[in-house]
Design a protein around this ligand. Structure first.
Ligand code: ADP
Ligand code: MG
Length: 146
């Protein structure tokens, strides 16, 4: 539960630090963000990017589907699937190439729209609007141990 945008960013930063410690395997690390408009997905990713060491500021890419941010010789990809109707549209944009690069971290807003092509090991984050300044954020992942 977070009580302000800055609390959400702080939570995201600490998650980023943990993600950086994950053992690198063959594939990219994929984060799927789910929840209504205004739920805090982009706000979360702003903190997450900071935590990774991304210098640029992340904005809501509603009209730009994919944006790539460099950090420490790696890349954070920010995808917004709000305007995507079929998972295939992502495949046409080269989704598989991003996934099969172990250095990449891929954050996908509206991941429920492309559920079909989400990798098994993805970390899912659910954002729920509680009131004006409160959000409930739930993390679900097979990789995640308390
Ligand atoms: P989404 O990407 O899910 O549509 P955004 O991050 O773009 O959501 O917008 C979330 C909005 O809610 C922002 O205007 C932000 O200031 C506001 N907000 C209020 N409380 C919170 C909170 N606890 N966490 C995140 N955002 C919050
Ligand atoms: Mg957003």
């Amino acid at each position: 539960m977070t009580k302000s945008p800055s609390q959400t960013k702080k939570l995201a930063k600490s998650l980023a630090k943990r993600v950086l410690k994950l053992k690198r395997v063959k594939k990219a690390i994929v984060l799927g963000l789910i929840g209504d408009l205004g739920g805090g997905k982009t706000t979360f990713l702003q903190g997450f990017a900071r935590g990774l060491g991304v210098k640029e500021k992340i904005l809501s890419p509603t009209f730009i589907l994919i944006k790539r941010f460099p950090f420490a010789k790696r890349y954070l990809f920010h995808l917004d699937c709000y305007r995507i109707n079929k998972a295939k549209e992502l495949l046409d944009l080269g989704f598989r190439d991003f996934i099969f690069n172990p250095g990449n971290i891929i954050a996908i807003e509206w991941a429920d729209r492309v559920k079909k092509i989400m990798p098994k090991g993805a970390i899912f984050l659910k954002f729920e609007f509680i009131d004006k300044t409160t959000r409930k954020i739930t993390i679900k992942s097979k990789k995640w141990k308390k």
